[in-house]
Design a protein around this ligand. Structure first.
Ligand SMILES: NC(=O)c1ccc[n+]([C@@H]2O[C@H](COP(=O)([O-])OP(=O)(O)OC[C@H]3O[C@@H](n4cnc5c(N)ncnc54)[C@H](OP(=O)(O)O)[C@@H]3O)[C@@H](O)[C@H]2O)c1
Length: 334
């Protein structure tokens, strides 16, 4: 008989997350109730933001708990439907988390068309791709010829932000944690320059990479990178605050940077936080645009894969240490 493999949160991490903070268990496959749809997970998107959810109060996700399935966006196939809008075989984006099967109320599912690789629906065509698209275009408002800097540039959101900024005619500088990642961003994805934030002379390297200053900063990291970028921002620059990955894998996040609000006032810089959900009404159009870019080769949606649910904890721990290039995916079923 088929069972439901699930990965549960065993401990809430006090310091760095460890594989042993999770446990793999088996349970019966849940039967869908009236108005519900049973979905089989095909692929899971693993992203640093989920680490913030284990911190509790720092996250919009609310207080974390042990003994529950680790949350994540998934792309899934409908196995059985007790809801009028879905039939077996439909492809859906849902929040099944780290488990093989889940039953969902139909209103929580997004039905999506079949494409070459459904895993794009947890990457460039999922929350992270939409975050890159709306955060950059609506919050950052880049104009052709401007300099755009993005941090965690080789991550899921970051590698897409840089490419979209190039499509809009900007000069793009990526900040990342290794020279190898930087070289790939330039050679494969068309970034103009990259800076390694782990280099002792990061501030000087950033200055050299941005000779005309910075007009738009897409901030995935906060912390020291934000602190350095703030001092290179041009008058009327825009900072799109997307996330704070430098402060997730700890129970003791650092304070904010120097220069706020003084620098913001003097240079009339706009610093704006956003959540991708703010743009839900426009998701379908954005997905269509991004899919068009992927199909013409204008956008490379990089995927970095682990195989099987039992590997999800290792995939996550490795990602937090900077192991990924592009979207980290755990493939669960074909
Ligand atoms: N606002 C929203 O609605 C929204 C939606 C989705 C995601 N997000 C946020 O978007 C950000 C990026 O997420 P993602 O899924 O694209 O990332 P990701 O693919 O999970 O990659 C995270 C990357 O962060 C880098 N990193 C780790 N520790 C760091 C540190 N101390 N300082 C600087 N960089 C560090 C690592 O690369 P290196 O090798 O470069 O260190 C790692 O590969 C996160 O902050 C997430 O919370 C926001």
């Amino acid at each position: 008989m088929t069972t439901n493999t699930r990965v549960l949160i065993r401990n809430l991490p006090k310091e760095k997350l460890a594989v042993t903070d999770y446990e793999v268990t088996e349970a019966p496959v849940p039967a869908p109730g009236n108005g519900e749809v049973l979905c089989q997970t095909l692929a899971i998107g693993v992203g640093a933001g989920a680490r913030a959810g284990l911190q509790g109060s720092a996250s919009y996700a609310g207080a974390p708990q042990t003994g529950i399935v680790m949350n994540a966006q998934t792309v899934s196939r409908v196995v059985e439907s007790r809801a009028p809008g879905f039939v077996a075989g439909d492809l859906v984006i849902c929040g099944s988390g780290w488990q093989a099967y889940a039953s969902h109320p139909e209103k929580t599912l997004t039905k999506v068309p079949a494409i070459e690789d459904p895993a794009h629906y947890v990457g460039a065509l999922g929350t992270n791709g939409l975050t890159a698209y709306f955060g950059l275009l609506r919050c950052g408002e880049p104009k052709a010829g401007e300099t755009v800097v993005v941090s965690a540039a080789a991550g899921s959101v970051g590698h897409l932000v840089g490419q979209i900024a190039k499509l809009k005619g900007c000069r793009v500088v990526g900040v990342c944690g290794s020279d190898e990642k930087g070289a790939r961003l330039v050679a494969d994805l068309g970034f103009d320059a990259t800076v390694n934030y782990k280099d002792g002379d990061f501030r000087a390297a950033l200055k050299a990479a941005c000779p005309d200053g910075i007009d738009v900063y897409f901030d995935n990291t906060g912390g020291d990178v934000l602190g350095a970028v703030l001092f290179r921002m041009n008058t009327f620059g825009r900072i799109a605050c997307c996330g704070v990955v430098s402060q997730y894998d700890t129970s003791n996040p650092a304070g904010g940077p120097r220069g706020v609000p003084g620098l913001l006032v003097n240079k009339r810089i706009r610093m704006q936080g956003f959540l991708v959900f703010d743009y839900v009404a426009d998701y379908a159009n954005a997905r269509e645009t991004m899919l068009g870019w992927i199909r013409t080769g204008a956008l490379r949606a990089e995927q970095d894969e682990y195989q099987g649910l039992a590997q999800a904890p290792a995939a996550f721990v490795d990602l937090l240490a900077g192991g990924n290039f592009g979207t980290r995916i755990v493939r669960v079923a074909r």
